[in-house]
Design a protein around this ligand. Structure first.
Ligand SMILES: [Zn+2]
Length: 676
């Protein structure tokens, strides 16, 4: 029998994929890609779309189609052999990526094709993106500069991974054992059980607290002992720095300075003024001024309300709990008390109203009405687990547009969280007609006995969010994988469809379709709904300014970098905080030393993207508010101007086509209950 990863025709044959076949298949496919590139770059006739770009896309698509089920299985059916095979392939794939990015002959080929006429818009966009990415990998530089660029890239890769390692080591190094349970008063049963389990795992008696999120957050939110909260806070916000219990041991100070210096140098080599400009080269935002204006505008309109919210919190803490002089380690604790006092709502209360079968049918009905599509389940398709289901999506003309797997429940060996991932890309040429396929993965509580899985409202929102990504991938009409679906969509815009869809979890008209009591089928009582709505915007201005603090800090850090002056990390952070933070943290706070998103996570000069995409989705939803939650014309317009277009056009142009104007921040502020 041959290797199934090399003979993929339709859907992946999950049950036939063996770990020992993975590395040989990837080796084979990479060799085929390299051979294809060699043939293409050595041919003597002029490169065209058909003889140059398409064959390359085909080779890459074959590799993607084999790798997708492998990385998917690694995430949802993990085991030792699979993980070993997967990890063995990662460096090979990244090496290939680097090699392609720096292949001068390939770059020249793309440039020659781009110079020809008779290309449609998606083709032009694909070439434009490809040329941009070649340039961002330094392919177009003179030899000496290119050598320097490569050296910088290598050093940056080492530094960012060292930053992350330090943070991980520092996080793992701290723990606190507690033998007197009264010291943990206030913690919910789940947090106590975790602390007890951690102790047992270490062969110790009592309870052990750590700085991992599932252990850290409950302490900050619920622990009655103020001294304990302060101690845990101090350990957390000094990780990998010159302060705190492990001061100097895994200190990221020099690494951060060096990362900023090298990013700036690399950006300048590529003819950008700074790394912030470099980051925007592949994003929707058009200039650094636009990003700064956007963030400052949001800050100006929310900071007063945020300070009022803090005042209300301080007053509540003093009047109800006798706490004066609110400190950073009191914020989450009293906020939770205030939230309960005002809204008395728990996630568990909503569960009986959201049985998964009802939510799914309802969600399909919602998107069916909105986008004029039909979704139906198909039985008998081979999957990776008996719980997995398979669906088909058709438009009202009866055309099959895409298919998706749904893997809904948490289980061992499956990665946590929820996500959409690409299984097969749409690829349409004279020689092939490949429809898109997606994986939709969640981690909901499995059904117990004959009772269906019951979701919290937040989980329902998560499902809608991921389904928004799913529709973006499946409804694409773009023919070439590199700009079809979510591919080629800028980072600061890719969350538009997902966040837009979340809105249908909050409106009475759509809630009626997706909810119903598990025993009686009754709708959510009006009073419960009102409490859910009211709690939605609890302290929303405080949350907004916190995100703005991170985004402004990140962006200014990269925008204002000046080699002779160095990183000025805490100088800039202090300036940002003076403007937008509601509470000044203590002097020992070393937030930046643990801000991995921007130093090792790919969000450098890009943290603003979170808010940017929220502005887009809120502004897009405001058109439905104006014209009706289920207005067919608006739904169809969104399908045609955004969902079907993928990354094939400039995102702002697509948005203009849908909305008729550029986005404004008004809808986001209004939805968040921020009064200006
Ligand atoms: Zn998302």
């Amino acid at each position: 029998m041959g290797n199934p990863l090399l003979e993929l025709k339709g859907l992946p044959p999950f049950s036939c994929i063996r770990p020992e076949q993975i590395e040989p298949a990837v080796d084979d496919l990479l060799a085929a890609c390299r051979a294809r590139i060699e043939v293409l770059t050595e041919r003597s006739d002029p490169p065209t779309w058909e003889n140059f770009v398409e064959p390359l896309e085909e080779a890459n698509d074959r590799l993607d189609r084999a790798w997708s089920p492998v990385s998917h299985l690694n995430a949802v059916m993990n085991n030792e052999a699979l993980r070993t095979a997967y990890n063995a392939c990662l460096p090979k794939l990244s090496e290939y990526g680097t090699e392609v990015g720096q292949n001068r002959a390939l770059f020249e080929g793309f440039r020659a094709v781009a110079g020809r006429e008779h290309l449609d818009a998606p083709q032009r966009k694909l070439l434009e993106n490809a040329l941009r990415d070649f340039r961002l990998s330094g392919v177009d530089l003179a030899a000496d500069k290119q050598a320097r660029y490569k050296a910088i890239s290598r050093e940056l890769a080492e530094l960012t991974s060292k930053y992350e390692e330090n943070l991980l080591d520092a996080t793992n190094a701290w723990s606190k054992r507690i033998t007197d349970p009264s010291a943990l008063a206030g913690l919910p049963a789940s947090a106590l059980a975790l602390a007890q389990q951690t102790a047992a795992d270490r062969g110790e008696e009592g309870w052990v607290l750590t700085l991992d999120q599932p252990a850290y957050l409950p302490v900050m939110t619920y622990a009655d002992d103020r001294g304990l909260r302060r101690e845990v806070y101090a350990a957390y916000c000094t990780r990998a720095s010159d302060q705190g219990p492990h001061a100097g041991k895994w200190d990221n100070t020099e690494i951060m300075d060096r990362i900023l210096a090298l990013r700036h140098e690399a950006a300048v080599l590529l003819d950008f003024g700074n790394y912030a400009q470099h980051s925007l080269a592949a994003k929707m935002a058009r200039s650094t001024e636009e990003v700064m204006r956007f963030l400052n505008d949001l800050a100006q309109r929310s900071v007063t309300q945020a300070r009022r919210e803090l005042q209300a919190l301080a007053q509540f803490a003093e009047e109800k709990h006798g706490c004066t002089g609110l400190e950073p380690w009191d914020l989450a604790y009293y906020s939770e008390k205030l939230r309960q006092h005002r809204h008395q709502i728990t996630a568990e209360e909503l569960r009986p109203y959201f049985p998964l079968p009802r939510v799914l049918d309802g969600m399909f009905a919602v998107v069916g009405r909105l986008f004029d599509i039909r979704i139906r389940e198909i039985d008998g398709v081979e999957t990776w687990h008996p719980e997995v289901r398979f669906f088909e999506l058709q438009d009202s003309g009866g055309e099959l547009r895409g298919q998706f797997y749904l893997d809904p429940f948490a289980r061992g060996k499956k990665r946590g969280g929820a996500w959409m991932d690409v299984c097969i890309n749409r690829f349409h040429t004279s020689r092939r007609d490949q429809i898109p396929v997606a994986y939709l993965v969640c981690n909901f509580t499995p059904p117990v006995g004959d009772r269906p899985s019951l979701l919290t409202h937040e989980e329902v929102e998560t499902l809608f969010h991921e389904f928004g990504h799913d529709l973006h991938h499946l409804l694409t009409k773009v023919d070439y994988p590199a700009v079809a679906g979510i591919n080629g969509v800028p980072w600061d815009a890719v969350e538009l469809p997902s966040q837009l869809l979340e809105n249908w979890c909050w409106e009475p008209e759509s809630l009626a379709l997706i909810s119903g009591h598990v025993d009686t089928g009754e709708p959510i009582p009006e009073t419960l709904y009102q409490r859910l709505r009211a709690a939605k915007n609890f302290q929303s201005a405080m949350q907004l300014v916190r995100q703005l603090e991170f985004a402004l800090f990140d962006f200014r850090l990269h925008l204002e970098y000046d080699p002779p002056r160095g990183g000025r990390i805490y100088e800039i952070l202090d300036q940002v905080r003076a403007r937008v933070a509601v509470m000044k943290p203590p002097d020992f706070n070393r937030f930046a030393h643990g801000f991995f998103h921007i130093f090792s996570g790919g969000y450098g000069a890009g943290y603003y993207s979170y808010k940017w995409a929220e502005v887009l989705s809120a502004d897009a939803f405001s058109l439905f508010e104006e014209r009706g939650l289920f207005d067919q014309d608006t739904g169809l317009a969104f399908r045609q101007t955004i969902l079907e277009q993928g990354g094939s056009c400039d995102t702002m142009d697509l948005y203009l086509n849908f909305r008729g104007r550029e986005p404004t921040i008004d809808a986001l502020l209004r939805h968040s209950g921020i009064k200006t």
